[in-house]
Design a protein around this ligand. Structure first.
Ligand code: GN1
Ligand code: MG
Length: 369
């Protein structure tokens, strides 16, 4: 485990001073935060499971602002669930407050920790199994989009500035390539050149925003398949999770990340590039599910540009993986040396597949309108 049992028990005591931690398991899903499943005996007979997360201060400089966003979005989800007679324990995350009423433990030595109730009999997947699964996931993210369009109050905090500013992401890549601090550019050059070749396609969504064709919205910004919990028994999408990057953005960013994570049934870091290919049935289900869930919230241009969102998000993450490789693997957690390079290669291949398939993807959108 990344943190010691002692540290975790100390953190949990801030939420449940009387509770006894009986079991701890680390989750290895995310690339940024550290996540643990903690079983805690609250009374003499009741053991409950919680998700305990240590958030990454380097990545998220304004953690109180982030929690403020997360709690506002969760409240919006809970209101929606209540109004629509949805399952109140499974359709949004129930965050636990510390004994002092704070939304997280914020301690210089321990770090920044938050806790929420674990949702039983639910799973987050890495690869879409079927068009139906893709449809259900996309419908849930579309619904989430609709829900967020009703959020009131001040603009949400930008938890990471210029998070999906694809142009700036490219600029940083070019800088990292020029500086080449770790002598890794030579082996990265082919991927770098590939990313440069598809840059105009990757920037199309952002240009439409710059030209005033599509609006800013509150979006999830990390709408990949694994950030939706699916019910193990029914396969239904039950809850959108990982709200850390919920902030102003474009609808195409959310559709785009779904397309990135589901349209090829391969892992994000697939090594065998020949396996990467778009499954058009799945892609079609993503479009139809998203439009059904978002129920008329999107304007015509946002709908037209859904495939461009897929290219933007897939290329952008490849740019980010390669940048991190060139900068010495300081941002994304890696499992082995060269992991970010492999991720960049595989995401580039997927983006190229999307560019090649663009006319067909536009047809799918037209027929779903
Ligand atoms: C990161 O930690 P995780 O897996 O939820 C990243 C996303 C990337 C994603 C790639 C804050 O999300 O932007 O798309 O990895 N989150 C942040 O899998 O940078
Ligand atoms: Mg995330």
């Amino acid at each position: 485990m990344t943190h010691s049992e002692e540290t975790i028990k100390q953190v949990v005591a801030n939420f449940f001073p009387e509770g006894e931690v009986v079991h701890i398991e680390q989750s290895h899903g995310g690339h940024i935060n550290q996540t643990y499943f903690v079983d805690c005996k609250i009374t003499s007979s009741d053991v409950h499971r919680y998700v305990l997360q240590c958030l990454n201060r380097k990545v998220f400089p304004d953690l109180p602002g982030l929690m403020d966003n997360v709690l506002r979005v969760s409240e919006q989800m809970s209101n929606y669930a209540k109004e629509h007679n949805m399952n109140m324990t499974r359709s949004y995350l129930h965050f636990i407050r510390t004994v002092d009423g704070a939304p997280a433990v914020d301690d210089e030595k321990l770090g920044f920790w938050r806790m929420y109730r674990y949702i039983n009999n639910a799973v987050g997947k890495q690869v879409a199994e079927s068009p139906l699964e893709a449809f259900k996931t996309a419908e849930a993210f579309g619904l989430f989009q609709g829900m967020l369009s009703g959020i009131t109050g001040p603009r949400l905090v930008e938890t990471i500035k210029a998070f999906h500013d694809t142009r700036k992401r490219y600029e940083r890549l070019e800088r990292a390539a020029k500086e080449d601090k770790f002598g890794r550019f030579a082996e990265s050059k082919e991927i770098f050149d590939g990313l440069m070749a598809i840059k105009p396609y990757a920037l199309a969504l952002q240009e439409a925003f710059d030209n005033g064709e599509i609006p800013e919205r509150v979006v999830h910004n990390d709408a990949k398949l694994s950030n939706i919990l699916l019910d193990v028994t029914t396969g239904n999408a039950i809850c959108v999770i990982d709200l850390d990057t919920c902030m102003p953005g474009l609808a195409g960013h959310d559709f785009g990340d779904m397309a990135r994570s589901m349209s090829s049934q391969t892992a994000e870091d697939e090594e065998d590039l020949s396996k990467i290919a778009i499954n058009f049935d799945i892609y079609n289900s993503l479009i139809r599910g998203f439009l059904k869930g978002a129920k008329g919230v999107l304007n015509d241009r946002e709908v037209e540009l859904l495939p461009d969102g897929g290219i933007a998000m897939t290329t952008e993450v490849a740019v980010r993986f390669l940048t991190d490789y060139l900068e010495g693997d300081v941002y994304f957690s890696i499992k082995f040396e060269g992991h970010n390079l492999r991720r960049a290669r595989s995401q580039l291949r997927l983006a190229e597949c999307m560019v090649e398939a663009l006319p067909k993807l536009r047809e799918l959108v037209n027929s779903a309108k």
